[in-house]
Design a binder for this molecule. Structure first.
Ligand code: 15L
Length: 287
């Protein structure tokens, strides 16, 4: 029999609560009866869900994040800069210093972190053409930009805090979370908002996670990824992008780099266009 409690024992802090995913997740968790502390640098869009409070804070304001996390069972960390359209300094403040603030807050509160990582920590991998080439949980990081790089930093901050301080992490390598898939790439990367909400719920409620990683996709037969720690969470996706195949399989860009690499447009942005990447020939003569 499943002994897992249906509610977290203490409030849950949700960062990035005013963002596209944060607001949807706040609504789903409130509907499940959770007590939430919401935070974001921007005001919450619309009325606050029941049993939720909101306080504006910058992610790199460590005292504020520590105070917000006090007494929480978990931190659902969705906050941060979500792409490379911002300067390095902004990404460093929100995503690097921000991750440090989150993990210090988690350590002090004895809270688990559910970290919204991203497929863009792996976006420079080629898209697999055979099932056996799909990436598993042990795949090497190959970020496709500074944003993707900041996500692997966050994952490894979690690794550090588990190894040194026993702070648990579930890193969710989110693919593309939109109401419905919109192009051929998303036949592989899409996760429905409902699957993501169920995954976050399991990530908070699972009795024991240690440092776990889960590919955040629905049950897409064309997924780029297979093999992760989802069994520890007792989670399996219920939705799939496959029903959209007929309308989406030809919806591709004319950009060969975006079509070759997993990260799509993120990976081709600023790319020099030379693929496959090859080493220089060894120059003749003595070194
Ligand atoms: C992400 O990590 C982005 O935040 C989101 O805007 C999407 O572009 C998504 O990845 C994706 O790869 O589709």
């Amino acid at each position: 029999m499943d002994q897992t409690p249906a509610l977290p024992p203490r409030p849950v802090l949700l960062t990035g609560a005013s963002g596209r995913l944060g607001a949807v997740l706040a609504a789903s968790l409130a509907e499940a009866g959770w007590t939430l502390r919401l935070t974001d640098r921007h005001p919450f869009p619309g009325p606050l869900p029941e049993c939720a409070s909101f306080e504006a804070a910058e992610l790199d304001d460590r005292p504020a994040i520590v105070r917000l996390a006090e007494g929480c069972a978990a931190i659902l960390h969705l906050g941060g800069i979500p792409n490379d359209r911002f300067p390095f300094e902004a990404i460093a403040a929100a995503n690097l210093a921000g991750a440090y603030a989150i993990y210090e807050a988690a350590r002090l509160a004895g809270a688990r972190v559910v970290f919204a990582s991203s497929n863009h920590a792996f976006g420079c991998h080629d898209r697999p053409t055979r099932a056996e080439d799909r990436l598993d949980a042990t795949a090497a990081y190959r970020p496709d930009g500074l944003y993707g790089l900041s996500k692997l930093y966050g994952e490894q901050m979690g690794r550090l805090y588990w190894d040194k301080h026993g702070v648990e992490t579930v890193a969710i390598r989110i693919g593309s979370c939109t109401p419905a898939p919109v192009d051929a790439r998303m036949l592989s990367t899409w996760i429905s908002p409902a699957d993501l909400a169920r995954l976050c719920i399991r990530a908070v409620l699972a009795p024991c996670t240690g440092w776990s990683v889960v590919w955040g996709t629905s049950a897409n037969p064309a997924s780029f990824w297979a093999g992760d720690d989802r069994a520890r969470l007792d989670w399996a996706p219920q939705d799939s992008a496959e029903p959209w195949r007929g309308v989406l399989e030809h919806r591709r860009s004319a950009d060969p780099v975006a079509e070759r690499l997993q990260g799509g447009a993120f990976a081709s942005d600023g790319h020099d266009g030379r693929l496959p990447r090859e080493c220089c020939p060894v120059p003749p003569g003595p070194l």
